[in-house]
Design a protein. Structure first.
Length: 549
């Protein structure tokens, strides 16, 4: 009887927890988290709150769809709920190269409407570029077509409203610009003004305005988005200045003696948010310096820190102005865990690729279809190496330092020179590919090759006896991408181990991170098709690193 009572009581207590969507179990904790909170190339985060729901967006550069949108209840566990720019009519990425396209976005909620403002920097290639606003009733979409703001030159726009007026701040080269916008047409009212030049470091950028205790606070990043990145803040009693720097700037930087050995570096590009309980938090980007010698692979990732912001005082980030991967000391909001996502993507029973899959530039979506529980990729003559056109290529981010990626695929209608496979892709000038290729005698071979700048090399070829599906596997550590293949799905034979160092952001340049994706390419008139059965992505344990040197 007692047991039955306890059982019923436990069930009753569990109800409100299981009753909520996204909540897996009752292992709630209010202490601690790990950075990054959104791993993989998700830089320049901006966040807004509606009730106790948080919405976050990040920049996306040359990839489509653009500007991923995430939802969270606790600022720690984020689920992607869509992409803001998911129709070609919203974004022209057609001719931009690596790290062109969509720079830092801002998301805000004002009078029942969500606003996202960002910059398409492809001004040289399209007249549909510059700073623009899209709006939505639901942050998951659909979002409107863009309204471009005429005459605003620069990047990193952000919005602020007060007394029915709408204001824009942005990074205009070496200063922060400010102007009022017409709240209906989003066009400038009057002349823009410089309101702050920052504290003298390079690249004052990513501005956001907040009001607290009668002051306007202007938060920016400085130092550039590398090792010297930092967060500075100024305040004024008037919205258009003059702004006075915080004497304790920078309020966040890893360029301190205490944080020099942290794996998390380059922290900056912040946004502040106050939770419903009154606590303040900062989202910002940081990268994990895992390859060694100040090289990273996964891009700039979204991170979190607590902020103490006493009345009339300047905000203090994480108590000490620097952060770490391990934030287990932090008293957090009540944590709401997400359902464990499946590691295996397949196309059985009508399943399709989710929001996290991206294409370069504006993809030709007719080249991607589903049939017989497979994803089919039609090859074209546009190569992965092409910096400005869209090859048949769809990919997901590397989100873990150590992981194992396996896929099963085959090639149909192959002619000599056709190539379909799996790539570790930093950009068109830097990728490691394992592929099925069409041989002149009509057979198929496996080819492992790489492109690093002007160097293109075939590292290994293996003859195949059949055209059935093969399995490619990449064992990933901080230092290497180790490729192997199987023809029976059981026994994997090694192909080669490639250094990760050469694909790093510091080697290749740019603002993005590593992707794993399938591609299909051939000579003009190719009819080859890549038939994909599945991809399995198994995260490994973090930071069990091997020396890269
Ligand atoms: C972004 C700028 C920056 O627009 O890099 O990290 C640019 N900060 O603010 C691209 O991410």
């Amino acid at each position: 009887m007692r047991k039955l009572f306890l059982f019923l009581l436990a069930g009753f207590l569990a109800l409100p927890i299981f009753g909520q969507s996204n909540v897996l179990n009752d292992q709630r904790t209010e202490k601690g988290f790990q950075n990054p909170v959104i791993p993989g190339y998700y830089p320049d985060p901006s966040v807004c709150r509606v009730g106790d729901d948080f919405y976050l967006v990040t920049s996306s550069f040359q990839y489509f769809p653009g500007v991923p949108v995430f939802h969270s209840k606790d600022l720690i566990h984020w689920e992607q709920i869509g992409n803001v720019l998911d129709r070609p009519s919203q974004v022209d990425l057609s001719k931009g190269g690596a790290s062109s396209g969509i720079f830092a976005p801002t998301i805000r909620f004002h009078e029942g409407k969500y606003y996202m403002i960002t910059t398409n920097i492809n001004l040289m290639f399209t007249n549909k570029a510059g700073n623009f606003i899209v709006t939505a009733d639901n942050p998951a979409g659909p979002w409107s077509d863009p309204v471009f703001i005429e005459g605003v030159m620069g990047i990193d726009p952000s919005l602020y409203w007060e007394n029915g007026k709408m204001f824009l701040v942005w990074s205009a080269m070496n200063h922060i610009g400010f102007v009022e916008l017409d709240s209906q047409t989003y066009q400038m009212i009057g002349e823009p003004k410089n309101i702050w030049d920052g504290d003298g470091d390079s690249s004052p950028e990513g501005p956001h305005l907040y009001k607290k205790d009668g002051y306007y606070y202007l938060l920016i990043a400085e130092g550039g988005t590398e090792m010297g990145h930092k967060v500075n803040i100024a305040r004024s009693s008037n919205i258009d200045g003059p702004y006075t720097s915080n004497p304790a700037n920078p309020i966040l930087t890893q360029k301190r003696r205490d944080s020099a050995s942290s794996i998390l570096q380059g922290t900056g590009h912040p946004d502040l948010i106050q939770a419903a309980d009154g606590s303040w938090w900062m989202v910002y980007l940081g990268f994990r310096d895992t390859v060694g010698k100040q090289h990273h692979l996964l891009g700039r990732e979204t991170c979190l820190a607590p902020v103490r912001w006493d009345e009339n005082a300047w905000p203090v980030v994480n108590g000490k102005g620097w952060v770490d991967v391990d934030m287990s000391h932090v008293q957090t909001l009540p944590q709401v865990l997400l359902p464990q996502a499946s590691n295996k993507v397949d196309f059985k029973d009508g399943k399709k690729l989710g929001f996290e899959w991206i294409y370069t530039n504006n993809p030709v979506l007719d080249n991607y279809s589903y049939a017989n529980n497979q994803l089919l990729l039609k090859a074209t003559s546009v190569k992965l190496d092409d910096p400005t056109r869209t090859p048949t290529f769809v990919a997901r981010r590397q989100t873990d330092v150590n992981c194992v990626v396996t896929t099963s695929m085959s090639m149909k209608n192959a002619k000599a020179g056709d190539r379909v496979g799996l790539t570790v892709y930093m950009e068109s000038r830097g990728h490691y590919d394992v592929a099925l290729i069409g041989a002149p005698d009509g057979s198929q071979q496996i080819e492992l090759s790489y492109r690093l700048g002007e160097i293109k090399h075939v590292a290994k070829t293996v003859k195949l006896n059949s055209k059935s599906a093969v399995q490619f596997r990449i064992d990933v550590t901080n230092s290497h991408y180790a490729f192997s293949y199987s023809t029976d799905g059981k026994e994997f034979l090694p192909l080669a181990k490639m250094d990760s160092f050469f694909l790093s952001t510091e080697t290749m340049g740019g603002f993005t991170g590593i992707l794993f994706g399938w591609f299909a390419e051939g000579e003009a008139g190719t009819r080859a098709v890549a038939a994909i059965d599945w991809m399995d992505y198994q995260p490994g344990s973090e930071y069990k690193s091997q020396s890269a040197f």
